[in-house]
Design a protein around this ligand. Structure first.
Ligand code: NAD
Length: 460
């Protein structure tokens, strides 16, 4: 990966600003052309992306195709098909007092937008905000993660090859390069990543009063109803926990299970674990690695220092960035495992008395990005939904809400704010510009009264 020279960064941003000022991003036909090119980046280079993701994350091709390439390509197509509709000027509803002003909402681009991307889904999380920003008529700088260097390099090369350099650029680098980028003024920033860096980004945005979208993470819980289909729950939860070795923002972080069915649930997970990895996970071609040795070491420490009981897995090989799929039973709520987002293949299972205790447990913590419930009972599901807050509320499934057409993805409170998907993304990158065009004749009716002198009203 070739880091961008820090001294070049202001020039790159000036080129994007001047690209915006040129007005070339205004016509919808031009935006569609760039969106089409974005689609070709993926379509014509899928094999290269699969290899880059394999090299960065040890991720099986199938997972990359299903979780990054296919949904991203379909999002580009959807944006291409809808941009004209989304960008249409909207008339305000009829009102007898204001109709003469022809009130309208014009969908203006915000200007030059910055997109900062994490390592875990480096293609999708670059493309989704990028396509929304292009569709809305902005110029865009993308800063991929230095922790996914092969993907970052490929993105930089292909974006330079397929897209207009006046409109989209990639800066490669880490803290130094991002710090330089953040010194400069932006018209909108989208940051996807962890809460520590989010605070740095927020402070930098505040300095210029730049609008900001934060796509963060957190500890997404699963609540299980004792009367639910345990086999289905175990299978789906274990699958969702192990995609990308748990390095997914909406991965289930921990499970709250009624004491009476806890052992039965663990038995079901054992069963699916053996099905998923008949010869163990370490040699399986269906299991990813942790992004760096440092990240693997952090996860190894969480396992080694736990006060809970390891009932599945527990093996680590930090040199190989391997962390076994692991279940830890009833860790202390005070240990790091239960305080920080795990972002790895470790699943704490916590026994609770009933749904009230589960709700209390969730509410005692930050609002999560996703809250999962397994229950066939609508009363149970409604009770959890109505008594909790989370970015998304998902029943009897996991992860798929991210791909469901027409839904936003975003957090609430410490799991982030704002959305960048589909029409929600288009709106994020759009300034809704109020506009009127008043008719002259209204002054002959009522509005002449606005003018001085106000003598007749001042008499009293
Ligand atoms: P991270 O915060 O370490 O890095 C993200 C980006 O910030 C990278 O591009 C990195 O170069 C940059 N960065 C790092 N340190 C910086 C600094 N000091 N100053 C300026 N920029 C800096 O995040 P990560 O570890 O790559 O990603 C994992 C996190 O992202 C998890 O918390 C996960 O939940 C979250 N996430 C959220 C979503 C979502 O859609 N809500 C999606 C994926 C990941």
């Amino acid at each position: 990966m070739a880091y961008t020279l820090v001294d070049d960064i202001p020039k790159i941003i000036e080129a994007l600003r001047s690209g915006f000022r040129s007005g070339k991003t205004r016509p919808i036909a031009y935006r569609k052309e760039q969106l089409k090119q974005l689609g070709y980046v993926l379509q014509e280079n899928t094999a290269a992306f699969l290899e880059a993701l394999k090299s960065d994350l040890g991720r099986p091709h199938f997972e990359s195709e299903v979780h990054e390439i296919i949904p991203t390509l379909s999002a580009v197509k959807d944006t291409y098909n809808n941009v004209a509709k989304w960008a249409r000027t909207e008339s305000a509803p009829f009102n007898p007092v204001s109709f003469s002003m022809h009130p309208k909402v014009i969908k203006d681009p915000k200007g030059t937008v910055l997109v900062i991307v994490p390592f875990n889904l480096p293609v999708m999380l670059s493309f989704i905000p990028l396509m929304g920003a292009i569709a809305a008529g902005n110029t865009v700088l993308v800063k991929p993660s230095e922790l996914a260097p092969a993907t970052s390099q490929l993105l930089a090369e292909l974006i330079a090859k397929y897209l207009d350099p006046d409109v989209v650029r990639v800066v490669q680098g880490g803290v130094e390069e991002t710090s330089k980028i953040l010194e400069l003024q932006w018209d909108h920033i989208v940051y996807t990543g962890g809460p520590r860096v989010a605070r740095i980004i927020s402070a930098a945005a505040a300095k210029h009063l730049t609008p900001l979208t934060l796509e963060l993470g957190g500890k997404s819980p699963v609540i299980i109803d004792p009367k639910s289909d345990l086999r289905l729950a175990a299978r789906r939860i274990w699958w969702a926990k192990l995609v990308n070795a748990g390095q997914i923002c909406v991965a289930p972080d921990y499970v709250l299970v009624p004491r009476e069915i806890r052992d039965q649930f663990i038995k079901e997970v054992h069963r699916v674990h053996a099905e998923f990895f008949p010869n163990g996970a370490e040699t399986s071609n269906s299991y990813s690695r942790i992004v760096t040795k440092g990240h693997a070491d952090r996860l190894a420490q969480l396992i080694q220092k736990t006060e809970g009981v390891v009932v599945i897995g527990g093996e680590v090989d930090v040199e190989q960035k391997y962390i076994a799929p692991t279940i830890i039973l009833d860790p202390s709520p005070e240990e790091p495992l239960m305080k920080e987002e795990i972002f790895g293949p470790i699943l704490p299972v916590i026994s609770v008395q009933d749904v009230d205790e589960a709700i209390e447990f969730v509410n005692a913590r930050d609002h999560p990005l996703a809250l999962y419930v397994f229950s066939q009972d609508s009363g149970f599901r409604t009770k959890v939904a109505k008594n909790t807050q989370s970015g998304a509320f998902v029943c009897n499934e996991l992860l798929f809400h991210v791909a469901a057409y027409g839904l936003p993805l975003g957090g609430t409170g410490p799991s982030g704010y704002g959305q960048v998907r589909g029409k929600f993304g288009f709106d994020t990158f759009t300034h809704f510009r109020a506009s009127i065009d008043q008719a002259g004749w209204v002054d002959t009716l009522l509005l002449w009264r606005r003018y001085a002198p106000y003598n007749q009203y001042n008499q009293k």
